[in-house]
Design a protein around this ligand. Structure first.
Ligand code: CA
Length: 485
């Protein structure tokens, strides 16, 4: 193969055929993905996914908070497209992450909740819930594994929550670099050194975890500035424990709360996260990479009731109501996404996998089943993905008393939800109760229309049942012998 033919084949590869290191080597010249792209005159974009933990829908300035200050995040949001109907795949941490990284709905991998699915007092649980899986099966081809053959170097910097390396942590699942990621779902010793994190050597006394993860992200960017990179930055912030830098806490103590948001420690944690985003943008600018770097900003589940307020949404973390699953989200894609645009089309965590593949010009791994849709058409100005519905499946009990929940003992009992257009249906498996909401007129999910709109209720329920069958979603039916309310 001469050079011209080789470049032609590379261009074909970049246009959608399998592009792997083996294929490139077999073509006679060993090239990394980036030098390959440089030769064919098109540079693969870098991808940064800033993934915040437990950040609610209104916990940032660009979504309307008047208490939390997020100038860097807001500026970046203004340069991209804001998604007002963006959803996490689950109402809590681990399932949301398992779906994001696998590109698959919960029933495909079995990560439905955090830890056991039998949380809360046994005598109040009518059903034996479906057993939960706490690690992501290493056979699953993650997004990091999928883009690797195209020459991407990748890092997971922060919380993982789906098992431990070498097999089930970030490296086991295809990331080249793991900083701080293992089975834990929060900083076990807190946000200040010592962290007691097996994947993160302690820094100097007083070091703050959010700052440290930002430093690590800057290092990764600097080291890999000449390669296309995928930086997955799942901050431990703003999950509990609420530990923040004192000077920031003091600042918010002097500030009046707004719309139910008034916790100075939480606000300080958000501001540190925002400062980190600002430093990453500065670094990209300094290295001349901003124009070729796509930035996603997203969170894994809704804000925690009692710490923040998700008003006007109902409920918070742990619930299938909007407060538990609707997230702040934007995508910046210089030269492609028009700055200052807003998209109201529902999107969900599993969409990021096919989106990133399309942005990177990487084909789907052979045989890989992806449940989401690429949102690239939306980013390019289309209004719809022509998708009928999106789904949640939560066959587990999650204890806790929280405002907005349906009962005083559980944030969620085993159930499921579907959103189709502006309609949303929730089903509770214990007694088959259905709740129908019209999110266009009732974003707060106050008026259950199931009884007065039986046809719409039945239409959505049928969608849910068909989906359940298609993904083989297990529904708990076995009665709990300890049940004695
Ligand atoms: Ca979370």
């Amino acid at each position: 193969m001469n050079r011209r033919d080789f470049l032609k084949s590379c261009a074909a590869a970049a246009n959608g055929f399998a592009l792997s290191n083996c294929a490139v080597a077999a073509a006679g010249c060993v090239l990394s993905g980036s030098s390959l792209q440089a030769r064919i005159g098109r540079k693969q974009p870098n991808i940064v996914l800033v993934f915040i933990d437990d950040m609610g829908w209104r916990d940032v300035g660009f979504m309307g908070s008047r208490y939390y200050e997020t100038p860097n995040i807001d500026r970046l949001a203004g340069q991209g497209m804001v998604f007002t109907n963006a959803y996490a795949n689950g109402p809590n941490c681990a399932p949301s992450r398992a779906c994001l990284l696998s590109g698959q709905y919960g029933p495909r991998h079995g990560v439905y909740t955090v830890n056991t699915s039998s949380r809360g007092p046994s005598k109040l649980r009518k059903l034996i819930p479906i057993a939960n899986t706490t690690v992501l099966d290493s056979k699953i081809v993650t997004i990091a594994e999928a883009i690797k053959p195209a020459g991407y170097v990748s890092a997971s910097i922060g919380k993982w929550h789906l098992g431990n390396d070498p097999q089930f942590g970030p490296v086991g699942q295809g990331f080249d670099v793991n900083v701080g990621g293992y089975s834990a779902g929060h900083p076990v010793k807190g946000y200040f050194v010592p962290y007691n994190n097996p994947e993160l050597p302690d820094g100097p006394p007083g070091e703050y975890l959010t700052d440290r993860l930002t430093d690590e992200a800057l290092n990764f960017i600097q080291t890999n500035k000449d390669k296309p990179f995928f930086l997955y930055l799942p901050h431990y912030a703003v999950h509990t424990p609420l530990h923040a830098k004192q000077e920031l806490i003091n600042k918010y103590k002097k500030k009046a709360g707004s719309n139910g948001q008034n916790n100075p420690k939480y606000a300080a944690m958000i501001e540190s996260t925002d400062q980190g985003v600002g430093r990453i943008m500065e670094k990209l600018d300094e290295l001349g990479l901003s124009d070729n770097t796509i930035v996603f900003f997203f969170s894994d589940n809704g804000g925690v009731k009692g710490i923040t307020s998700n008003q006007p949404l109902r409920g918070g973390k742990g619930m299938l109501y909007e407060g538990g699953i609707r997230e702040p989200m934007f995508v910046c894609w210089p030269g492609v996404v028009k700055a200052g645009t807003i998209c109201d089309t529902p999107v969900i965590g599993i969409d990021l996998y096919p989106t990133i593949l399309e942005m990177a010009g990487v084909p789907r791994p052979r045989g890989k089943l992806l449940d989401g849709r690429s949102i690239v058409p939306l980013l390019k100005g289309r209004k719809s993905l022509n998708r009928k519905a999106i789904f949640w499946h939560f066959p587990a009990y999650l204890q806790g008393k929280a405002e907005g929940a349906r009962d005083p003992y559980f944030r969620t009992r085993p159930g499921a939800a579907v959103r189709a257009g502006h309609w949303k249906l929730i089903e509770y498996f214990e007694d088959g109760t259905l709740e129908l909401y019209n999110l266009k007129d009732d974003i707060a999910e106050r008026n259950n229309l199931a009884e007065i709109m039986p046809e719409k209720t039945s239409e959505l329920h049928k969608l849910m049942l068909a989906w359940r069958k298609a993904v083989n979603a297990p529904v708990p039916t076995e009665l709990n012998p300890d049940y004695n309310p």
